[in-house]
Design a protein around this ligand. Structure first.
Ligand code: SAH
Ligand code: SF4
Length: 334
């Protein structure tokens, strides 16, 4: 974050290192705490750079204490949400890469907002650093980071990739690549470019349908120009090169994509592929008439019996609208 500042102030490498240690490792809570720097340099830093480009507007914690959702405001007065989910020894942070989302999948509350703003690298990092600082107060730390909040990462490719580089950089957050997962609705060309960067993070694809026709209905803006055939060409190539498994997210919506025949079709689609299906029961969100499926266990059973790895995603923070697909800022009237 201090590249420009380092240039204009002719900082030495050791001073940049001191900054990185304070900001990313000690997790200082203001530039005043950067005690390794002179007072003068700290004052200049405060004048020229914001400690965080995001400001906290509101925090909400679920009744069971497992989930905290934070509403942040950007410098352009747009809102984003980020979520911390605690489960035993895991602390997973779900970050947004946009305020709203331009893709408009017909079941997703974030898509209903449209796009307000894409976030830059710093704004993505600010969300992660916020939770890292909060957890540090409890002598704890983030264990997993998921790019599964508001927005479509492949439509904000450079900022997302730079933020991943910063969190995994050993001089900065030094976070393990294997504990970072990025979810995308599947913009094929950008996905190819992203995978080509070899950032080493896990990739999840929002599939949600076992065939092109149903996917076109559920995710029309992405699906029609990024067909399953093209998507699998990129993914199969990636798996062949890296031997890394792809996660396929499948949101189960009652009467829409949760029948026995849908499950069987999904088996056929993924047979022979290195895949994990992560079923997400639909989180009702007040925006749409769609309902939760009653078929989750049966659907999983069909996949497992036919040799497809399949897990069911635990839902967090439903009571504070912090679960998958519920992130939408409340001024949107659903
Ligand atoms: N835009 C990216 C990142 C968002 S991740 C993507 O779509 O992959 C959020 C995940 O929750 C996606 O898999 C999304 O399709 C899913 N989702 C959206 N609305 C949902 C809902 N109401 N209930 C459950 N999952 C939902
Ligand atoms: Fe955007 Fe993902 Fe929601 Fe689709 S599912 S509208 S891509 S956030």
């Amino acid at each position: 974050m201090i590249n420009e500042f380092a240039k204009t102030h002719n900082l030495k490498k050791y001073q940049v290192d001191q900054f990185n240690i304070g900001y990313y490792k000690t997790l200082i809570s203001s530039f005043d705490e950067l005690s390794t720097w002179s007072k003068q340099l700290r004052e200049d830093l405060k004048k020229e750079l914001l400690f965080s480009k995001l400001t906290v507007e509101k925090t909400e914690t679920s009744n069971d204490g497992s989930t905290t959702k934070v509403l942040f405001k950007t410098g352009k007065n747009n809102y984003i949400e980020s979520v911390l989910m605690r489960d035993k020894s895991r602390n997973t942070v779900c970050v947004s890469c946009m305020s709203g989302c331009p893709v408009g999948c017909i079941f997703c509350a974030t898509g209903q907002m449209g796009l307000n703003e894409i976030l830059d690298e710093q704004e993505i990092l600010d969300q992660i650093l916020y939770f890292a600082r909060e957890l540090k107060k409890e002598n704890s730390s983030i264990t997993n980071i998921v790019y599964m909040g508001m927005g479509e990462p492949m439509l904000n490719l450079e900022n997302v990739a730079q933020s991943i580089e910063a969190i995994t950089d050993t001089d900065k957050l030094a976070f393990s690549k294997r504990r970072v997962t990025l979810s995308t609705s599947g913009y094929v060309q950008n996905l190819r470019a992203f995978l080509g960067k070899n950032l080493g993070v896990k990739v999840a694809i929002s599939l949600h349908a076992p065939n092109q026709k149903l996917r076109d209905i559920l995710m029309p803006n992405v699906s029609k120009n990024n067909t399953l055939i093209d998507l699998f060409e990129v993914l199969d190539g990636y798996v062949k090169d890296t031997n890394k498994r792809i996660t396929y997210e499948y949101v189960l919506i009652k009467g829409v994509n949760d029948s026995i025949s849908d499950a069987k079709e999904l088996v056929e689609l993924l047979k022979g592929r290195l895949a994990l299906v992560n079923l997400i029961n639909y989180n009702e969100n007040g925006c749409f008439e769609f309902k939760k499926s009653d078929n989750t266990l049966l659907f999983q059973d069909i996949l497992l019996k036919n040799g497809i790895n399949c897990t069911i995603r635990k839902s967090y923070g439903g009571d504070i609208k912090g679960a998958c697909g519920q992130l939408s800022v409340n001024y949107i009237q659903c």
